[in-house]
Ligand binder design. Structure first.
Ligand code: EPU
Length: 417
């Protein structure tokens, strides 16, 4: 399997352009099948998109790329069982539950894949479908059969503002009969991006960017276009690289308003960065103060930036803490950071990071996507050479990672075994 090698302690200078958001595009592509002809602009070059293309091919959906614009046409589409070969390649395969249920009132699909960072239940999705009149049959091994004679609007309260449940229920509700309300819905920017896309196809949805969504079902959706919003997690990752190693490193094409909690923590630490209209200029920062971080749903501190920022906490003078409230198993990066010289103690849902520590290059393994980002950041700052194995997780979510970093002065390359 391919490895990434990094020689650390290089100064990063120049511009990094941020790609379209992974967590947006992975819901926008399944949403596209609700319409006939759509275009999605600013599609990132990540393997999650390639794996969604495999599902489109399998369902006989035609598509073509023109640079980073994806044109999708569903006129010859066939509803087929999405087997584990397709579903386990990524988490978002399960958005075909809502989309196929909405379009055909029937879906047969195997369990999704994705990072192993906790329980990752999807009971809220299934309960929501049931409230809308669907039945769920799990009697056949590895298959969820979800179908409805009539899919009807319902009042749904989510016990937790789950991103995945909000997406799946939106996808089912836009073509259901009557009104659906989703109370305690997720309000992440990626959900707003999906809502705009659905509205461009003719869906009737109120409440974008709030926790209460009202969807009036329509009988047909047609056309539609959307530009994927900038990936706020990719942006945060490179901003951290700049604060650790930058000399006027500018992270461009971002939405600063999507990163408010993240910037608040960086300011509290005393990091050196300047927010512009669509970019952030970063510089290597010293004498950083320790902070306490608690992950929360948007607009709180994003769980997806928790592992990357832990690498920066290694440079703070004193003990920082990170409490992870969204996932049960999202500290797998700490084992490898400790092998590189960090002093991190894990205690249940909280880690204690004792800094500052000096990192040394080692052979480390990527256990999940954002752990991989944390290790790339560590490798960029470490003394000597780091080898990062099992990089398939990283390629799922970081578009053109190696060229983006090499272009600003990092010594980073891919090695094939
Ligand atoms: N949960 C349930 N039941 C449900 C749904 C969720 O108990 O029916 C629990 C989960 O077990 C988890 C928590 O609620 O502990 C949060 O789950 P949520 O549904 O909000 O997350 P998700 O949809 O599985 C998306 C992103 C994640 C990101 C979270 C939170 C995608 C494909 N994934 O996951 O992204 O961490 O929202 O913002 O959009 C990543 O990019 O690295 C990543 C993991």
């Amino acid at each position: 399997m391919d490895k990434i090698k990094v020689i650390g302690e290089q100064i990063l200078s120049g511009k990094i352009h941020i790609s379209g958001s992974k967590n947006s595009v992975v819901s926008l592509i399944p949403a596209a099948i609700l319409s006939d002809n759509v275009v999605i602009e600013k599609v990132p070059n990540i393997s999650d998109v390639k794996n969604l293309e495999l599902i489109l091919d399998y369902l006989n959906v035609s598509y073509k790329f023109d640079n980073d614009s994806l044109f999708i046409n569903t006129s010859d589409m066939i509803n087929k069982d999405i087997t584990s070969f397709y579903s386990t390649k990524l988490r978002a395969s399960y958005y075909f539950m809502g989309a196929l249920l909405g379009k055909y009132k029937k879906v047969r699909i195997s369990l999704p894949g994705g990072c192993e960072i906790g329980r990752r239940a999807f009971d809220f999705h299934l309960k929501g479908f049931e409230k809308m009149g669907a039945t769920i049959d799990t009697s056949e091994k590895d298959i969820f059969e979800i179908k409805a004679d009539r899919l009807v609007g319902a009042d749904i309260h989510l016990p937790f503002p789950s991103v995945g449940a909000t997406v799946n229920l939106l996808l089912a509700a836009v073509l259901a009969e009557g009104e659906t309300t989703i109370n305690n819905a997720a309000s992440e920017p990626e959900i707003g991006n999906l809502i705009e896309f659905l509205i461009s196809m003719g869906a009737k949805i109120e409440g974008k960017d709030t926790n209460y969504l009202r969807i009036e079902g329509v009988s047909n959706l047609s056309g539609g276009s959307i530009k994927v919003i900038p990936d706020r997690i990719e942006a945060g990752t490179y901003i951290l690289a700049g604060i650790m190693n930058g000399d006027n490193l500018e992270i461009c094409d971002i939405r600063p308003d999507h990163l408010t909690s993240f910037f608040d923590k960086l300011s509290e630490m005393g990091a050196s960065f300047e927010i512009k209209e669509n970019s952030v200029i970063t510089n290597k920062s010293i004498h950083l103060k320790p902070v306490n971080i608690v992950t929360e749903v948007y607009p709180g501190f994003a769980t997806d930036l928790q592992q990357p920022i832990t690498t920066l906490l290694l440079m703070c003078n004193g003990v920082s803490t990170v409490k992870e409230t969204i996932y049960e198993n999202r500290f797998q990066n700490t084992k490898y950071l400790n092998e590189m010289g960090a002093d991190i103690k894990v205690d249940g849902d909280t880690i204690y990071v004792n800094g500052p520590t000096k990192l040394n290059g080692k052979v480390v393994r990527t256990s999940d996507l954002r752990a991989g980002a944390a290790l790339i950041l560590a490798a960029l700052s470490a003394h000597g050479e780091t080898t990062i194995t099992d990089i398939r997780h990283l390629l799922r979510g970081y578009s053109d990672l190696i060229s983006k970093l090499s272009n600003v002065g990092a010594k980073i390359w891919l090695e094939n075994e």
